[in-house]
Design a protein around this ligand. Sequence first.
Ligand code: ZN
Ligand code: ZN
Length: 81
Amino acid sequence: MPLELRPNCECCDVDLPPDAEAFICSFECTWCASCAASLSMRCLNCGGELVRRPIRPPEKLRSAPPSSRRVTRALPCPGPR
Ligand SMILES: [Zn+2]
Ligand SMILES: [Zn+2]
């Protein structure tokens, strides 16, 4: 199973295309760089470590496209507005 490569930050809902700098936890909760920094690199949902999401090679995106399912938190997040 490839990474889901979610299209947005779960916190501030900014777009995170597959080549953007994004941070994920082991459950693939996905955060933009500024939210990950304001979360001290800990996932707000599971408390796990956030690591930089690897960039999938563009030619692989055809056979393994990124997710189009936007995931956002119901609860407010502490990130910058
Ligand atoms: Zn964000
Ligand atoms: Zn998580």
